[in-house]
Design a protein around this ligand. Structure first.
Ligand SMILES: Nc1ncnc2c1ncn2[C@@H]1O[C@H](COP(=O)(O)OP(=O)(O)OP(=O)(O)O)[C@@H](O)[C@H]1O
Length: 357
């Protein structure tokens, strides 16, 4: 018998909440979607504190739905309706200082690999790729960190759906926040939205050094670093102060983006950082209404460039409305099913298979 919306709701009515009522009577089930044997829904708590306490309820809801006849896969996400209370970093820890001397390149203890996601030009989807790749790797069971090194324009808090501040229990080191199974840190977790960072190069370099070394990353298989666009101080600091496993360069197929991508590639070459490959983002657009395929920014230019340079072409990612929506909603598209999620899963598989993540 195929599973229906009603049978899912009936199962959820049997999940009681610690403070009375059940998930349905308390109106906490959102975005219930039943497609074939796949069931997805969101449990929406009133605030982040309640959401944290409801993890056992989420697990019980997942098991109850999985047990229904006809169910093949279940995805249950716990979110908070309101923003979490902002806790300022403890006194004594200030991000933003001049760099401290370092003997040579070194990786923070416990981090096996560091991958940089870079682009020459802004707005080509580098942060989108970084967050989705992080999530796709975490879904494959890798222990993943995500460092938002775009100090002037941090976008990972929004893309990963984090509104709380990073805490520093001892005033010396920061705890990363955990979102969608990924440990994340960003200067955006220490500032109010709309507040600007106005630092010169040395301060940026010092801040990056802190975000790498003064964060309780724990054991990570891979740390993904979302770089700012271009070829500036942050890129230089990362390449010179760590042993980077390698860099992935994201570009759209447009000539003007490729021109800048070439500069980023040249920079990694000069800094002796291995280039793991190129990704073509916003490659094709398939109209959801008529199925017509359009190439808004061109198509195939990045693959051709990769061939010319003799570096791997890691894949083409479509221009899709759900990618933008998912980024804005703080829930990377790679968390769900669908063609874009499959593309990210394949990219993650390729990197894991090659020992790069
Ligand atoms: N494949 C895609 N399909 C649809 N929208 C996309 C896609 N990739 C990125 N976007 C959207 O394009 C915008 C820019 O993407 P993103 O912030 O990832 O680019 P960026 O290269 O990191 O930019 P910046 O230079 O600001 O760091 C975002 O709104 C994002 O949601």
């Amino acid at each position: 018998m195929p599973v229906t919306r009603d049978s899912v709701l009936a199962a959820l009515r049997r999940i009681n909440l610690p403070d009375g009522g059940d998930l349905v009577s308390r109106d906490m089930v959102r975005a219930l979607n039943v497609e074939g044997g796949t069931v997805r829904f969101v449990i929406e708590a009133a605030n982040a504190g309640q959401a944290a306490a409801l993890e056992p309820v989420r697990a019980a809801a997942q098991s109850a739905v999985e047990a229904l006849e006809g169910v093949v896969a279940v995805s249950v996400v716990l979110t908070a309706h309101g923003p979490a209370p902002r806790t300022a970093p403890a006194k004594g820890l200030k991000i933003g200082q001049h760099p401290t001397p370092q003997k040579g390149p070194e990786n923070p203890a416990g981090i096996d690999r560091i991958l940089a996601v870079a682009s020459g030009k802004g707005g080509v989807g580098k942060s989108t790729v970084a967050s989705n790749l992080a999530v796709a790797l975490a879904r494959q069971g890798r222990r993943v960190g995500l460092l938002d090194a775009d100090i002037y324009g941090p976008s990972q808090p929004r893309m990963m759906g984090v509104t709380r501040r990073a805490a520093s229990p001892d005033g010396k080191r920061l705890d990363p926040v955990i979102a969608h199974g990924v440990k994340m840190i960003s200067i955006g977790l220490m500032m109010d939205e709309g507040q600007a960072v106005i630092w010169r190069g040395p301060m940026l370099m010092g801040a990056l050094q802190q975000l790498l070394g003064q964060v309780n990353w724990g054991e990570l298989d891979v740390l993904i670093v979302d770089l700012p666009p271009g070829t500036g101080d942050i890129q230089l600091t990362l390449c010179q102060r760590t042993h980077l496993t390698g860099a992935i360069v994201v570009s759209t197929p447009q000539d003007v983006a490729l021109l800048d991508a070439r500069k980023a590639i040249d920079m990694f070459d000069k800094l002796k950082t291995p280039l793991l490959g190129l990704i073509e983002n916003m490659s094709t657009y398939v109209c959801p209404n008529c199925g017509h395929e359009a190439h808004i920014f061109g198509h195939g230019g990045v693959a051709a460039e990769a061939e010319k340079l003799g570096v791997p072409f890691l894949g083409a990612l479509p221009l899709a409305l759900e990618v933008r929506r998912a980024g804005d909603a703080g829930r990377p598209v790679a968390l769900d099913e669908g063609p874009v999620a499959v593309a990210y899963d394949q990219l993650a598989t390729r990197l894991v298979g090659g020992g790069m993540a």
